[in-house]
Design a protein around this ligand. Sequence first.
Ligand code: HEM
Length: 544
Amino acid sequence: MSKTFTKDDVASHSKAADGLWIIVDEDVYDVTKFQDEHPGGKKILQRVAGKDASKQFWKYHNESILKKYKGQLQIGSLDTKKAAAPAPAAAPKKAAPKPAASSSSDVTPAATAAPQDPFGELIPFSDPSWYQGYASPYFNESHAALREEARSWVESEIEPYVTEWDEAKEVPAHIYKQMGERGYLAGLMGMKFPQQHTPYRVESVGPDRWDLFHEMLLTDELSRAGSGGLVWNLLGGFGIGCPPMAKFGKKELVDRILPGILAGDKRICLAITEPDAGSDVANLTCEAKLSEDGKHYIVNGEKKWITNGIWADYFTTAVRTGEPGMNGVSVLLIEREAGGVSTRRMDCQGVWSSGTTYITFEDVKVPVENLIGKENQGFKVIMTNFNHERIGIVIQCVRFARVCYEESVKYAHKRKTFGKRLIDHPVIRMKLAHMARQIEATYNWLENIIFQCQCMEDTEAMLKLGGAIAGLKAQATTTFEFCAREASQIFGGLSYSRGGQGGKVERLYRDVRAYAIPGGSEEIMLDLSMRQSLRVHGMFGMKL
Ligand code: HEM
């Protein structure tokens, strides 16, 4: 914005007839046309027109409002403004990320314990400690480059619009396409970067260097926009529907459909849950009968609560091909264009923009080549997938808990009650401390689990880590629920109404159950964590 104005220039625009200008942080905004649509009312703008309204502005809004409206309303800056003064409360930015060398594949990153440069706003516990100048055995300069790349994309192109998209129950298609073109979809499958199936690369990290910690931090940064619906829209169906197909599908099938999916042109989801069977996979009833010529399966049945189903081109579907119980279950890749697939959107409490769907399959013809894994051995395919799904849920929950905490810390520094800022009341600090200790405990366990996954093959990880991951999922969802509740109490009425300063907290509060129930409810997770761990440690020679 090259135009400069004096304070007197601005002062001469204080009445409707001359146009209404205001100053916020030394930038000048023309709000003449905007006044009628200002959600806070036009009178309030008219009262500060011609003046510096920074103090009033920051009292009622957070940063995303300026990011969203700057392009539309800013007409210049004050002549007294120093060049490139930092925006208020913005993250200290470093130079653009350089692609990290792609020569070494750092499977065990232990040698890189030197701290990375501090990054972000440095509010204690509002980012992982390795963002804040503390040493880590897991994260190196390639992770630091990716965190900057991802944060800058999310902050500029996603976060300012998330509320709108959530209300519209849809994320614009170009964002999903960018997920493909930025190489993010390829990096989010819990496996080696599939460079043979996509020309797209992540700008700041070479494919050979890509590891599970890159994947973790990418999901973490996407979650920072504070919307479960957004994250599930972008990776909910893909992250659980694509890996089984990519890992267990026949080569011809994978070669045919994976490139379109990774490019962000085609969408895939996972269809397991049924109206009657819940996630009780062993009892599912959607049936697939082999045709007489043995060339197709004919699929009939229903699936419910399927994330992204409404937009999906492909459905990684659990079907019954054999006897009752787990040994009669197979997994098929069903293509929408085969016909006989109907999808309808479901209205749910949270994750509005994720496209939760009810699906009906009626005499759908599926070529036998679309069988994923072996016939009647689909249970193993599904179980292997659970660790990846649950870890994804954990990463999101920890960041959502951090968002609730971070929003609360910021708000507690500006809101005054009984003559003091909220942060000066011990009862509020107590709430923040309880949030922080749970967030850090959960995150540190998560880092350890990611490291273990990185050191094991899928099958070994399924067996050895299944119990711990189930326990961690329960830990993460209860932490998220606790933080959403406490943040909501701190924000009061602002988190009871939708949008505005408490908007993220209100939305996340509604999203809590979408994490505590699917992928294994807290009750099932806690029980499984003990049963599985005891069983596995029995095999290790546990002495009781
Ligand atoms: C660039 C100028 C401004 C823009 C683009 C803007 C935009 C907005 C938006 C989008 C909202 C809806 C709530 C939200 O999403 O946060 C809002 C609410 C509000 N704004 Fe502004 N605003 C501006 C300036 C101001 C100023 C200077 C004042 C005070 C003097 C003000 C007072 C308010 C109030 C009181 C609300 C209602 C807050 C609530 O519901 O709790 N706004 N504004």
